[in-house]
Design a protein around this ligand. Sequence first.
Ligand SMILES: Cc1ncc(COP(=O)(O)OP(=O)(O)O)c(N)n1
Ligand SMILES: Cc1nc(C(=O)O)sc1CCOP(=O)(O)O
Ligand SMILES: [Mg+2]
Length: 357
Amino acid sequence: MDGKESTASGVWRILDASLNRASEGLRTIEEYARFVLGDPQLSEQLKQLRHQTATAAEGLPRSQLLAARDTPGDVGTAIETPTETERVDALAVAIAAAARVQQSLRCLEEYGKIVDSGIGRAFEACRYRSYTLFATLEQLSQRRDRLADCQLYVLVDGGDSIEAMTATIAELAEAGADLIQLRDKRLNDRELYEHAAAAAATLRPSRCLFIVNDRPDIAAAVHADGVHVGQDELPATVVRQIIGPERLLGVSTHCVAQVEQAVSDGADYIGCGPTFPSGTKSFEAFPGTDFLRDAALTTTLPAFAIGGIGVENLEHVLDAGFSRVAVAGAITRSESPAAMVAELKQRLLRQDEATNR
Ligand SMILES: Cc1ncc(COP(=O)(O)OP(=O)(O)O)c(N)n1
Ligand SMILES: Cc1nc(C(=O)O)sc1CCOP(=O)(O)O
Ligand SMILES: [Mg+2]
């Protein structure tokens, strides 16, 4: 490095401060992924990025960084912005740390070029990797935050055409459906993919989450918000490997043991049923509202009662301690599906308000 001594020292101070900020920020985010999200994949990826950053830093002589450090003389320590001291929750901490890491990696990349162009390139690689990782983190957290407020989950089929299906789901989302699941056993893979891609595109601008039934590969391919699998599909832990940490994983449960397993496998939500006889799917046994009561006592994970549920029997579901339901026939076989969505949503919201008083 050539140039005036003060310039050289100032650059080493920038590199030292940026390296500390990047490393500390990566550790902050890694702790969130590990202890708040409990997500092994994301934790591992963040750990790898932290190590990649440390490897890139090996080109910066430690003695130079330490010799240039002058924390007492750092004019920046006294500068504070209001938002710097405010963090509403753990997600906000992780998101703020992600922004600091990206800015610091850019500084390390640009000023590192003064020391050696190879160092600049090494930090550039870290920066690009951070963009992808932090997008995953933010998507995952936004979806989980949105899921927490979901009460009405509507299962729809592919309709008579893709156009008819997209018109229906847009109307149901507008009427208040919080999640819409595409479930259609008639469609072949190509047809299901095309319907799912159209549904994902239709709902992406809305506040309604889009879930694909049974198929994690298609859910990932169309960038759906998640996938729902039952006890006869791929194991939840395998599904998680396919959809990644940023998508929601729903699992059907029919007994307490399956609820406990779904929680252990990292499901983001569960379906609990069948509650009542269903016109959409036939069953030999009905765990009914007794299972709902047991499930409500077993987990705090978002749980949706399912199976033959409609306005005529909703109160029994609510009495069992559930405030979230998944319905198909009550909506799709209604004369006015949107009006039925609005009615069910209103009753669920009223129950929620009564419970939270
Ligand atoms: C929200 C929700 N709960 C349960 C189911 C049923 O899933 P599964 O047991 O896999 O049965 P099929 O729907 O695949 O016939 C669901 N789809 N959604
Ligand atoms: C697809 C499905 N799974 C269930 C379960 O208990 O896992 S009940 C069910 C049918 C849901 O449709 P409807 O609201 O028309 O009964
Ligand atoms: Mg299934």
